[in-house]
Design a protein around this ligand. Structure first.
Ligand SMILES: Nc1ncnc2c1ncn2[C@@H]1O[C@H](COP(=O)(O)OP(=O)(O)OP(=O)(O)O)[C@@H](O)[C@H]1O
Length: 250
């Protein structure tokens, strides 16, 4: 556990779908803190609520009841415009599918969050981005379109883009899902560096116990509920926990 105050706070969050008389609870009574300098893996069987959890933190989906604060802002009470601003300033995204704009170069993709947020790229930010680009070995690739980059390079561009604005939290949804084993390990090492050296907070959904073993803690979800929070587990122990949960949300 870090000494950082929680930057994302969920309290008694419910998200239900369907007929209110027979609701499907995608999230039930979830309370969770996410902090800077902490790498959290979110795991659980298919349908356990992982994507819903990411979507409600990002303000992309409404909650049925409970509270969510992002950097002290109650995301559920904000209108769409205020939510969008909050999301652009405080949340970075890394997806399995990289989500780069195909017609923009790597550099333009990296700058995009600033363009969308209407934030000027000051000298300090340019220096920070140049530092990230250099440490990720992307210097020679900045003028390339995504289609001209390997999967690993595309994911590195997406990670620079997510880190560039120094968001409160990076939400990573299966960030290594489309990568080969070696490139996956590189991307995971990079995310770990972002946490250790840059003080970034990361919440990563993954099905892969090896990927989860890079995190500081693992949150297990089953049937919309947090069933456990674990620290210091290896891939093998995480696999065993997952096997134990498979029956719960089938
Ligand atoms: N828009 C929706 N309408 C109705 N039910 C939904 C909707 N979105 C999600 N659900 C239900 O909520 C539950 C949680 O779904 P969610 O996508 O969060 O699970 P998940 O853990 O991310 O699954 P996976 O690992 O397969 O991606 C599931 O039962 C799902 O069917």
């Amino acid at each position: 556990m870090t000494n950082e105050p929680a930057s994302v706070v969920l309290r008694n969050v419910f998200r239900s779908y369907g007929d209110p008389s027979q609701p499907i609870h995608a999230l039930r009574d979830v309370s969770l803190d996410l902090r800077r300098r902490e790498f959290t893996a979110i795991m659980g069987p298919s349908g356990s609520g992982k994507s819903t959890l990411m979507n409600v933190v990002a303000g992309l989906d409404d909650i049925t009841s409970g509270e969510i604060w992002v950097d002290g802002n109650p995301i559920g009470s904000l209108d769409d415009e205020a939510r969008t601003v909050l999301r652009r300033r405080h949340i970075g995204f890394v997806f399995q599918s990289f989500n780069l704009i195909p017609t923009l170069t790597a550099q333009e993709n990296i700058n995009l969050p600033f363009v969308l947020a209407g934030t000027r790229l000051d000298a300090q930010t340019r220096y920070w981005i140049a530092h990230l680009v250099r440490s990720l070995g992307l210097d020679e690739r900045l003028d390339h379109l995504p289609a001209e980059l390997s999967g690993g390079q595309q994911q590195r561009v997406a990670i620079v883009r997510a880190l560039a604005m120094r968001p409160t939290i990076i939400l990573a949804d299966e960030p290594t899902g489309a990568l080969d084993t070696r490139t996956s390990r590189e991307v995971l090492a990079l995310l770990t560096t972002a946490v250790r050296e840059y003080g970034q907070g990361i919440a990563m959904v993954t099905h892969d116990p090896v990927a989860a073993s890079y995190a500081d803690r693992v949150i297990m979800l089953a049937d919309g509920q947090i069933t456990g929070e674990y620290r210091g587990l290896g891939a093998r122990e995480i696999s065993e926990l997952l096997i134990g949960l498979q029956g719960v949300s089938a």
